[in-house]
Design a protein around this ligand. Structure first.
Ligand SMILES: [Zn+2]
Ligand SMILES: [Zn+2]
Length: 254
């Protein structure tokens, strides 16, 4: 199974797209502005979207994805997220004021969007992949996901800062081949990182000491214009780890 990066930026302005990952052709994990890089055919082939949280950089593309699919008669896109995330989307986005409620629109008695609650630690099986929500600590209800496939296990942290339960959940995994984890801010912005609940390189370096696995670490979600500085600071803070910075169109085979 291929895990493909359609967007991995923490914002816009430097040519990047915000967080959107594709798992094969049928599954998206987060639906930021990277959704716009999918073709019409790709959009209609999708069956599942797993969301980490309701912040705009992770859901903006879902609104347009639903609209395009509705226009082409594609129904039954299952949106998986925590109950509070689904509630926030219903109340603040798909509320007929910001955007139509695509859970009540569709054709032939099937809605464009169907919602599915996820529960922390409870796996969801999609064909050959098992996706399990993991704890995260952000300013709003959030989660990460473990993605277990025949070819390996990948964890995506979503947006989070230091979070003991996240590392404990990772240590319980049988194997961990790839860890995609956010570092939104540089070390000078540690105070902002604490308030906005994002990692900085130094804080991540400290937290990684809790991890018993030795995965390849992929750093994601740099805020625009901070990439070079974050990369330089990670080189120091993550010394000894096999790490790289996630790039648009990266593919990880699982
Ligand atoms: Zn966020
Ligand atoms: Zn974000």
């Amino acid at each position: 199974m291929q895990f493909r990066v359609l967007g991995c930026s923490g914002g816009l302005g430097t040519g990047g797209h915000t967080t959107t990952f594709a798992l094969g052709r049928r599954v998206l994990i987060d639906a930021g502005t990277g959704v716009g890089r999918l073709s019409l055919d790709d959009m209609q082939a999708l069956e599942h979207v797993f969301l980490t949280h309701a912040h705009l950089d992770h859901i903006a593309g879902l609104a347009f994805l639903a609209d395009t699919r509705f226009a082409h008669g594609a129904t039954g896109l299952r949106v998986h997220a925590r109950a509070s995330v689904l509630g926030a989307l219903r109340a603040h986005i798909f509320n007929w004021q910001i955007w139509p409620d695509f859970a009540s629109l569709g054709c032939e008695h099937k809605a464009t969007i169907e919602t599915r609650r996820v529960h922390m630690g409870r796996p969801v099986v999609i064909d050959d992949a098992v996706l399990t929500p993991l704890p995260a600590r952000h300013t709003v209800p959030a989660c990460g996901y473990a993605v277990e496939c025949a070819g390996g296990t990948l964890v995506y942290s979503g947006d989070t800062t230091a979070c003991g339960p996240f590392w404990r959940a990772l240590n319980k995994l049988e194997r961990l081949d790839h860890l995609i984890i956010e570092v939104a801010y540089s070390d000078e912005q540690e105070r902002l990182g604490k308030v906005a609940r994002h990692y900085t390189p130094a804080v991540l370096g400290q937290e990684l000491r809790k991890l018993r696995h030795r995965p390849v670490i992929h750093i994601t979600h740099h805020k625009p214009g901070r990439g070079a500085l974050i990369e330089a600071q990670c080189a120091e803070a993550l010394a000894g780890w096999d790490f790289r910075h996630l790039r648009l169109d990266d593919v990880i085979d699982l």
